[in-house]
Design a protein around this ligand. Structure first.
Ligand SMILES: [Zn+2]
Length: 346
């Protein structure tokens, strides 16, 4: 079998069929993507990166993500849509070129219309360095990541282990956005995560949180458990990036309210083929090359992760009876209003 090139984004006849039959009437003309990674593989300064976990995906297929590439992917997968974005660097593990990442992002975001960037941060950055970077780049918030946890544990760390309070206080002071990919095996169902997002959002009311990947609920159970406690937090939003199970979207829409949910792509994940699948209390990326399923009885091809996510966003909305106005807000208006609520840093 020929090696699969995940960077080959040209639609197959299967992709085109899924778009035309299932998705073209769901995705509105204007789309705001709140979760796009813009980066260079060169910003990963790990001397052993060629044998590391990103060599076989990012390093091999998407080593340089420009604004033009993001536009090209969207024009291919969602033809004719007018795109705006909230973008941020890729959080390569230490050592990572943070300044290079944030400055590159600023140059790329400037090519887009009505788009904005978030600064990649690690807990060691003090207020002076952060404010200088915000001033230099024009970024409107922060992208922390669990790889940078001060505990050294990227799996079970708490929010403040990688987004310390002194940085949240900066977001609060200037009304900035924090794009939060929460950690821990139970994700948003974890007691400490629920407690942390409740007290942090209350203590710092002007910081605006986006909990990525449906609060990292790739299946329904995690957000089902947490929703009653976090649904009325006025400064917390959610993005749908790479969640491909419709029951997770249903639980999010019904649990926290559709007016808090925004489309995100997590590109360059979206154009890769496969699906994030959930089972038990687990979830993982199923790709054309990492399974041994017998598929002779059906069309064995996989479509873009993006299309699996859009299918889930559409079918997960059946229970709430998504109106056209809600659909436009989900894909555009809610994100536009959130980004517009942040004043440029000066
Ligand atoms: Zn991401």
């Amino acid at each position: 079998m020929a090696a699969i090139d995940l960077a080959d984004i040209d639609p197959t006849e299967l992709d085109t069929r899924i778009w035309n039959e299932e998705l073209a009437d769901f995705v509105p003309d204007r789309v705001f993507d709140v979760h796009t990674h813009i980066y260079r593989w060169a910003f990963d300064l790990d001397p052993n990166k060629v044998t590391g976990p990103f060599a076989d995906n990012i390093g091999r297929f998407f080593p340089e993500v420009t604004w033009e590439l993001a536009d090209q992917v969207d024009a291919t997968l969602m033809p004719g849509r007018q795109m705006e974005r909230l973008a941020f660097p890729f959080p390569f593990p230490h050592p990572c070129d943070f300044d290079g990442s944030n400055d590159y992002l600023a140059r790329e975001v400037a090519k887009g219309r009505n788009s904005a960037g978030l600064m990649l941060v690690h807990p060691g950055m003090g207020a002076g360095e952060i404010e200088a970077t915000l001033r230099r780049t024009g970024h409107i918030g922060f992208k922390p990541y669990r790889f940078y946890s001060t505990t050294g544990d990227a799996v079970q760390c708490r929010i403040t282990d990688f987004m310390p309070e002194h940085q949240i206080a900066i977001a609060d002071r200037y009304g900035l956005i924090i794009l939060m990919h929460i950690s821990k095996r139970d994700a948003i169902a974890d007691r400490e995560n629920i407690d942390d997002i409740k007290w942090l959002s209350a203590k710092y009311p002007r910081a605006k949180w986006i909990l990525a990947h449906c609060a990292r609920s790739y299946s329904a159970w995690a957000i089902e458990q947490a929703a009653a406690e976090i649904r009325d937090l006025p400064n917390v939003w959610y993005d749908t990036s790479t969640v491909c199970e419709s029951d997770a979207l249903d639980a999010l829409y019904t649990g926290v309210g559709i007016d808090r949910v925004m489309y995100g792509s997590d590109d360059m994940i979206g154009p890769m083929r496969g699906k994030y699948v959930a089972f038990g209390k687990a979830w993982s990326y199923l790709s054309p090359t990492n399974h041994a399923m017998s598929l002779a009885h059906c069309d064995p091809r996989m479509t873009y992760i993006r299309y699996e996510q859009l299918r889930a966003m559409k079918r997960g909305a059946r229970q709430i009876g998504l109106s056209n106005a809600q659909r436009e807000a989900l894909f555009y208006g809610t994100a536009r209003a959130l980004v517009d609520s942040v004043s440029p840093f000066a």
